[in-house]
Design a protein around this ligand. Structure first.
Ligand code: GLY
Length: 392
């Protein structure tokens, strides 16, 4: 395990968020403690048994019970992605070996056309694998998955359908999270040379740009399109506090999604939207000082509302990329501040917790009282991605 590398990242993060005035030996002790904490957490992953049918998704700390899901769940690809990323961070082959095995368990999802979550499932597993090594089989999986996802695109509305449930309430629901699936489509064009995936992703992004944002540049969660006149008929929430509130993870998906879409298109409208939503997020009066957002910016119980580490980690990762296009230090400072906050004892899980997760305090679905203030697999995924992006 390359502890020196982690110490370097942590020192870098610490220096830029105001701890440089601490005594050097005290600082070194602090970094060493953080590194040992992370090291312990990484080892919990290696100790976890393989299971092709049950992917760890979250944990209830009171009971130490791990919630496991099948490969069809939108979160299934993150666990494999975490192994790939721990390999990228440490160089330890044990992580790579496990990454390959957990990734293979996802492959059948390339045929699953019942959901838009293909990018989360396939790109966060097979796509991360391709960052590590050349693999022709992985390329084929990505292209097949892109073909399957494309079947959910409606040419009249020019968007990919997100969900198939609630058919009595919604006609053609599209959620802001869906921007994240475009990375798979953009990459599928790069791999195959078939430009149809790229074109479809651009259409989806343009329609989202037109309809998903409020005048203050926050985003709604769900836009339901009318299947007769193809226009938005409802602008609502499903996982946020209410239809007019700003669900933190939704804002995070928007910032990440449009920053990523700019990477592939160089369309300045996408960059401008990412910057505008980033500004909404960073300047919000309810963003706490440590940078970890409450699960929804408009929960009336703030400051007693639960946080959502996953939203903070998604934004931190996106901001490293946004910094690379804008050279605005505000974004880099936020990412470093977040790493510093998340590597404190307040957020890293204690040694005694056996579950294969790193960070506590994510919130999955507050309205359903499901996974509130818990370790969740995608919080770890975007945290690890932030560490790697800061390194690069
Ligand atoms: N894509 C589902 C979520 O963010 O909870």
């Amino acid at each position: 395990m390359s502890k020196n590398y982690i110490i370097t990242i942590l020192c870098f993060a610490g220096l830029l968020c105001g701890v440089s005035c601490k005594k050097v030996d005290e600082e070194q002790f602090d970094k060493q403690t953080k590194t040992d904490l992370l090291d312990t957490r990484y080892n919990r992953f290696l100790q976890y048994p393989l299971d092709s049918l049950a992917f760890p998704r979250s944990a209830s700390l009171n009971s130490q019970k791990i919630k496991k899901v099948s490969s069809s769940d939108w979160t299934s690809g993150f666990f494999a992605g975490n192994f790939w990323q721990m390999y990228q961070l440490t160089g330890d082959e044990n992580f790579k070996n496990k990454a390959k095995k957990w990734t293979a368990f996802i492959e059948k999802e390339k045929f699953n056309d019942h959901t838009h979550d293909m990018g989360f499932k396939v790109y966060c597993s097979f796509g991360k694998g391709l960052e590590v090594e050349e693999n022709e089989d992985y390329r084929h999986v990505i292209v097949k998955s892109a073909q399957t996802l494309s079947t959910r695109f409606n040419k009249n509305m020019e968007v990919i359908r997100s969900w198939d449930f609630n058919k009595d309430k919604w006609q053609f629901p599209v959620i802001i999270d869906n921007m994240m699936n475009l990375e798979l489509l953009f990459e599928a064009t790069k791999i195959s040379g078939d430009s149809s995936f790229h074109k479809l992703a651009v259409k989806h992004a343009n329609t989202t740009l037109k309809n998903h944002f409020r005048s203050d540049n926050s985003t709604w969660h769900v836009i339901d399109y009318d299947t007769i006149n193809y226009q938005p008929r409802l602008k609502i929430t499903h996982q946020g506090y209410n239809d007019d509130s700003s669900w933190a993870r939704g804002q995070a998906w928007a910032i990440y999604g449009f920053t990523m879409a700019y990477r592939y298109t160089k369309d300045s409208n996408y960059l401008e939207q990412a910057i505008a939503t980033a500004s909404f997020y960073l300047n919000h009066k309810n963003l706490p000082k440590d940078g970890i957002p409450y699960w929804d910016f408009n929960d009336p119980t703030i400051p007693n509302a639960p946080r959502d580490v996953s939203a903070g980690a998604i934004v931190a990762s996106a901001f490293v990329e946004l910094y690379s296009y804008t050279k605005n230090e505000i974004y880099l400072d936020y990412s470093k501040k977040l790493v510093s906050s998340l590597t404190s004892v307040d957020y890293i899980l204690k040694d005694s917790i056996k579950a294969p997760f790193i960070l506590d305090h994510s919130t999955g679905n507050w309205p359903k009282k499901d996974e509130v203030d818990e370790p969740i697999v995608y919080g770890d995924y975007y945290f690890l991605e932030t560490l790697i992006r800061l390194k690069n």
